[in-house]
Ligand binder design. Sequence first.
Ligand SMILES: *Cc1c(COP(=O)(O)O)cnc(C)c1O
Length: 369
Amino acid sequence: MTTQDLAQRIFNFSAGPAALPVSVLEQVRDEMLCLPGAGSSLLEMSHRDKQFVDILHAAEADLRQLLSISDDYAVLFLQGGSRFQFSMIPANLLRGTQKTAHYLVTGSWSKSAIAEAVKEGAIEKVWDGAEKNYSTLPSAGELRIPDDSAYLYYCSNETIQGVQFQSEPACPAGVPLVCDASSDFLSRPLEVDRYGILYACAQKNAGPAGVTVVIIRRDLLPLGSADLPGYMLYRNHAENDSEWNTPPTFAIYVLGLVAKWLQREVGGLDAMAQQNREKADLLYSVIDEYSDFYQGHAARDVRSRMNVTFRLPDDESQGRFLAGAAEQQLGNLKGHRSVGGIRASIYNAMPREGVQTLADFMRSFASQG
Ligand SMILES: *Cc1c(COP(=O)(O)O)cnc(C)c1O
């Protein structure tokens, strides 16, 4: 990137689509006109072209390596975003069965998921955080999930409220655990073997908008009934290597570059998790230090390391906060319209320097009132 381009880049705290690693953007720029050896841009290339198929396979292999995904799971690259998974999951795992699916409602995204799932079959809410305005999560021993449940659904990180599970909710052995990991996918290591389905749209932490990664245990593939629209059947995608129809080639290519960045520059998901923990601590320690000025939304033990949500004393100070932050090149900090306040999304690609700049700004803003 030219120095001028780089200088114009703000510290981007957008919740999604969100910041990408600069080295990834530079490589995309360098390869835009002609992918080395291809004779054309990737944007102009058939999804059946061997060079693209190799890119697709490498992206899958790198995800498998990063998350230690075994061959018991298929890794799919789908379109429709995470919201389409809200329907696709119950369509495959619930529709036409006599079973009930169980949902944890911990914030806006799991609430939206349930609104789609009720169209497909019987749903039971086993936990709902509405009473505390979605600032808490269920405790480990609190949940009772029947052994014959179709699946247990939860969202590992509620992007809007900023609450995050630090471990999986307890789920009976025979019940598939289904997780919307859209906003913390690749932020930390995971035990994929615990899940039936784990999915994430890319545009928060893993790449650009346009592709959703679905990691699905292969024994669940036969479940969808053949009268579903073909696109909605997981097995169509699994049997055709995510090329049942044209996949989002560019988004998959960039996601693959992000996976390589995690492997080569960051050093894997343990190292990434460590950096993310440190970045989050920088902000939460200011919130705690100035607790009469900043009010964190999430209860302490469920604070998200990806989306840090807090409020200022009033609208006036919040307006000045956002304006002052913008002067420091700190952008996109306004909270979601449904929660208000401030939200700092500090995904993998947000450098520590950006978080430190925000923490310093928060300190000086709070001391000046
Ligand atoms: C952004 C987000 C979604 C919605 O993703 P789309 O790709 O816009 O459908 C769903 N769940 C979570 C946790 C998200 O952060």
